[in-house]
Design a protein around this ligand. Structure first.
Ligand code: MLT
Length: 252
């Protein structure tokens, strides 16, 4: 069995503040196109494809959020990054939250965009199982089309999401649904976070409109609500999103 290699790209001065961008389900690192180069003017920006997605292809579709955290730790070690600002959107936020709970010493700041700390309840688990069924019985596109329509306001962003979503194997997308259904509740850890945290949420996010709850739970956290943005707030309101992350990470 060959060792798994995460696909990543890095840009910016390696001596500047490391900033790691963690993508949403079921996309890949291209979703950070509007932010990657723009933020590299000020930071050492790393974006990567979570195991199974994009160019981080694997034969084995069985994954967990714990494994995604292990992969992120291995990537930071590989790049010799001691501490980073982690910026995760939605599933990327689930990974960042659990990483921060397990490895707080590797976190210099946290950006939690359109995400939540709660685990899935029964209703959400059943919806994940239905998603797996749709992918297996009707194909990935049948699952993705309604998903992207609910996830972004901007129709160009919806089209990009559909394209990126179709670039990962159906088994990886189904595997990640099961991983998200099995993730832990990170809410009890929030009160212990002792690094600067920025919470971002689109005011039209109907999937994870939990920004205020996260802000309240994390000591000193700041909340930015982006007007006119849905769940994929970095695509719907790209410039204000980038500005919020830049101002936050520069102050660390
Ligand atoms: C995402 O955007 O990463 C997903 O919508 C997260 C989820 O389904 O819980």
């Amino acid at each position: 069995m060959s060792a798994f290699q995460t696909y990543f790209e890095q840009k910016g001065d390696p001596k500047s503040q490391p900033l790691v961008l963690i993508h949403a389900f079921p996309l890949h690192s291209a979703m950070w196109n509007p932010q990657f180069e723009a933020l590299a003017k000020d930071f050492h920006v790393v974006r990567y494809d979570v195991r199974g997605f994009g160019k981080s292809k694997v034969d084995d579709p069985q994954v967990t959020i714990e494994l995604f955290v292990d992969d992120l730790l291995a990537l930071l070690d590989q790049l010799k990054i001691k501490e980073a600002v982690l910026c995760g959107l939605s599933m990327g936020g689930y990974i960042a939250l659990r990483f921060a709970e397990r490895h707080p010493e590797r976190v210099s700041g946290l950006v939690l965009a359109d995400t939540k700390s709660d685990a899935d309840g029964n209703e959400a688990k059943i919806k994940r199982a239905q998603g797996v069924g749709i992918i297996k019985n009707r194909g990935l596109e049948s699952f993705l089309k309604p998903f992207v329509q609910g996830a972004a306001v901007n129709v160009v962003a919806q089209a990009e999401m559909l394209k990126w979503g179709m670039e990962s194997p159906p088994s990886a997308v189904a595997g990640a649904l099961i991983a998200m259904a099995g993730r832990t509740d990170t809410t009890p850890a929030l009160a212990k976070f002792d690094f600067p945290t920025l919470v971002i949420v689109g005011d039209k996010d109907t999937i994870t409109p939990d920004g205020e709850k996260l802000r309240k739970g994390i000591p000193g956290a700041k909340l930015v609500t982006l007007s006119g943005a849905g769940h994929l707030s970095n695509l719907d309101q790209a410039e204000p999103f980038t500005k919020a992350v830049r101002e936050f990470a520069k102050a660390i």
